[in-house]
Ligand binder design. Sequence first.
Ligand code: NAD
Length: 269
Amino acid sequence: MNPSPSLKGQAALVTGADSGIGKGVAMALASAGAKLVINYAHNHDAAEATVNEITAAGGEAFAVQADVSHEDQVKEMFAQMFAKYGTIDILVNNAGLQKDSKFVDMTLEDWNTVISINLTGQFLCSREATKEFIRRGVIEDRSSAAGKIICMSSVHEVIPWGGHVNYAASKGGISMFMKSIAQELAPHKIRVVGIGPGAIQTPINKSAWDTPEALDKLLTLIPYNRIGKPDDIGKLAAWLASDQADYITGTTIFMDGGMTLYPGFADNG
Ligand code: NAD
């Protein structure tokens, strides 16, 4: 049995791949042999830096600007991908952000922004990918599946999070979105899987790890006693997208150093 997942010859699109977890996922998929579309919202230079890292390592990638919450921009991004690679085999719905506030102070604008990007963005990208997966079907020597969709969720699809109600609602929504399309699309040989990261060291949560005091406080929530790295999630995504995970669909894999184990109860018995 081959110990490393192979994605040789497969075309992958990672949203929000210019930073953090998305970049880690893009690098891992590329090192498993996939050719990449590096989606980004605003930071062209960061997206080109990701492309350059992949090509310098012998991989293939190009960057496409698109706001995943805008239907026309998502359609144009897929058109650019199909013009270059002809098809799509792997979609990683990773783009996401936080707009935090106390619930009573939360503006409709901040609610809508988070839901539009974190949840509606996954709907728009998944629908475009699915049309192509169904049109093309399985290609025998490439993958056992007609397509793979990975939905970046969070431990906050199950852990409530006061002060972040829009974010937690978006991730809870991703859970049921992911399961429902997995159920509907399995007969088409399309696999849909969620990843639920715990605390991963990226710009989105910088204030939770950028001082020793903040990191110590964060580690009280993580039984395994270390913060996660984008590469941890990258390796999981590459494995989930490969045929080694061919019988996995419709579930979220939590990668969180035990954050979902209710660590506050560890010495409470
Ligand atoms: P990050 O801020 O480094 O990256 C977020 C990415 O989303 C960026 O590449 C950004 O360009 C992109 N993005 C934002 N709005 C966009 C839009 N409208 N269109 C396209 N792209 C857009 O943060 P991260 O930690 O790497 O977050 C990536 C994903 O992982 C998010 O969905 C986040 O909710 C999830 N997540 C992160 C953690 C963590 O601890 N870092 C934990 C759980 C889940």
